[in-house]
Design a protein around this ligand. Structure first.
Ligand code: GLN
Length: 307
């Protein structure tokens, strides 16, 4: 791990001068206030050892990285039936696109675009109210984050609720096909809450460890998901985790990953480690510019790849 620590520090030092490149997400007003120069990297191996550099312990808005954890929870609750309501094909479209939904009768392409994540969140509301579902999501992430703080950033959640017209459109459109079943406002409220969760790179890397370890959190020994489920989530992350930049990420990094517009990316190196990078400046697909570069360097120098 000493080697890994120096590698992480080296990559951070190489890229730090470029911190601030890209565009911070400003369609969510509260996110636009984040310092664009923040930059953190954390790698947590299967023994729970941490290699970290820069702002790796500063909490940030995890945004769409939350979709990995809600998908995990939904698969546990609904099992394979979930796949009748959401597909597992890359969309080749932006994260908040509505175009495919009409032709495909309200069944979103995959659970990692907004449309699909809204359906996933809808299933988490079955049989309980929005407070219970939201609390379950927070507690799930807290239980996985290796003791790092996990909080809901109320300002971000309110900001999204006030400006989330696109997500409201998606949810209503899907509902018109009957593929959202709970009240729209509850689904949107829980979805905005999950996106507004904040934790650090170290916390998020810890939280992704079960995906690198066949569904078992190696630190607590708890089974989070069956091995096949964990493999499948990794497959969906690989093919769909970066929207219309998923192919580019697979080509450059070669690891399953999930990005968020807060500038975080969670990547999984199966049987080795989970990695989280954070840099708020985004590229054209709304994924972290420096984050992808850092992962590209890390994957190249460790030779970690699923290929
Ligand atoms: N909360 C954001 C949204 O729904 C999440 C998008 C993202 O991180 N790609 O617009």
């Amino acid at each position: 791990m000493a080697d890994l620590q120096s590698l992480v520090a080296e990559i951070h030092a190489e890229l730090a001068p470029r911190a601030g490149e890209g565009r911070v997400a400003d369609y969510i007003p509260a996110l636009a206030r984040v310092d664009p120069k923040r930059f953190g990297i954390a790698v947590v191996d299967l023994d729970g050892r941490v290699a970290a550099a820069g702002d790796a312990r500063v909490p940030f808005s995890i945004q769409s990285v939350s979709k990995v954890f809600t998908l995990t929870m939904a698969l546990k609750r609904s099992g394979a039936e979930l796949w009748t309501r959401v597909g597992r094909e890359p969309s080749g479209s932006p994260f908040n696109s509505i175009v495919q939904l009409e032709a495909e009768k309200g069944v979103p392409r995959n659970p990692l675009i907004n449309a699909g994540a809204l359906v996933v969140t809808d299933t988490l509301l079955d049989g309980r109210g929005p407070r219970a579902a939201a609390a379950d999501i927070v507690e799930t992430l807290r239980g996985l984050a290796g003791g790092e703080p996990v909080e809901t950033d109320g300002e971000v959640a309110d900001s999204e609720a006030r400006t989330g017209f696109r997500n409201a459109s998606l949810a209503n459109f899907i509902r018109s096909f009957g593929n959202i079943r709970n009240p729209i406002d509850d689904v949107l409220g829980v979805y905005f809450g999950q996106c507004a969760l904040a934790t650090s790179c170290v916390g998020l890397a810890h939280a992704g460890l079960y995906l690198a370890n066949g569904g078992v959190d190696p630190v607590t020994g708890r089974r989070i998901l069956d091995a096949a489920g964990a493999r499948r989530i990794c497959a969906v992350m690989m093919t769909c985790g970066h929207y219309d930049a998923s192919g580019d990420f697979a080509f450059r990094v070669g690891l399953p990953g999930k990005s968020g517009v807060g500038g975080g990316i969670l990547a999984v190196a199966p049987k080795r480690a989970a990695i989280c990078v954070w840099s708020p400046g985004l590229g054209p697909a709304g994924t972290s510019l420096l984050g992808a570069l850092a992962l590209e360097k890390l994957a190249a120098r460790t030779a970690w790849s699923v290929f």
